[in-house]
Design a protein around this ligand. Structure first.
Ligand code: DC
Length: 220
């Protein structure tokens, strides 16, 4: 069977990584979390303790050696040989990542790396610009979204389960701000690709979304 390239784009907190992982597992494909790559560059910038400049973050993105190691239930992320799986999810990284990922040089370096990692097909990529920029000829393109309220609610439950004290309203504000920054930026803004399947998961559970995508893959 042909090894497909499957692009899943959408806003923060829509469940892209959960869904992409499950689709990749079902098809025995590689899963590529492109957001983790932008987060890793952002972590590198924060660790440098230098003042933000497009030149600096571009240089860091070009130097960054990012790799993934798949384990059951866990996608481990490595940056320049060190594990950063947890560190890239910190609030500091989350707050800075939109600014770093808006820089042209950063995007060029990441897109190049993503095309190389996905060039053989048999891959599920999740991000913001996979169907529009990275793999515009992907076999299956999905735009996965959900209402801000629903995304904040899911994130709240996730963090609460980890014992973190957060307010759902604050999460909703953060999500709305990140949506705005990601979709209004000049280069590769978040938008639904022309021929993407638009899936609003506000009223759908995870197995239903996975089933819908697998059906589209079969048809492709
Ligand atoms: O999917 P995520 O929330 O981990 O992504 C973190 C940030 O990285 C997101 O706010 C925007 C950026 N990003 C991007 O610009 N392009 C991608 N393909 C993936 C993520």
């Amino acid at each position: 069977m042909k090894k497909l390239t499957i692009a899943i784009d959408g806003p923060a907190g829509a469940g892209k990584s959960t869904i992409a992982k499950k689709v990749a597992e079902a098809l025995n494909y590689v899963y590529l979390d492109t957001g983790a790559m932008y987060r890793a560059v952002t972590l590198m910038f924060l660790q440098s303790k230098k003042t933000f400049s497009p030149e600096l973050v571009t240089k860091l993105a070009e130097e960054a050696k990012i790799s993934f190691q798949r384990e059951p239930g866990l996608n481990r992320v490595f940056l320049n040989g060190e594990e950063v799986t947890e560190a890239i999810r910190s609030l500091d990284v989350t707050h800075e990542v939109s600014a770093v990922s808006a820089v042209k040089g950063v995007r060029e370096a990441m897109v190049k790396a993503q095309r190389e990692l996905g060039k053989d097909g048999g891959v599920v990529l999740d991000g913001r610009d996979i169907g529009t920029v990275v793999f515009p000829l992907a076999d299956v393109k999905i735009f996965l979204t959900a209402s801000v309220e629903e995304r904040a609610r899911r994130r709240f439950l996730e963090l609460k389960a980890k014992g973190m004290a957060v307010r759902q309203e604050d999460l909703a504000k953060d999500i709305a701000l990140r949506d705005k920054l990601d979709s209004e930026r000049e280069i590769a803004p978040l938008k639904c690709a022309e021929n993407a399947h638009y899936l609003d998961s506000s009223q759908m559970d995870i197995p239903t979304v996975v089933k819908t995508i697998l059906k589209l893959c079969k048809e492709a």
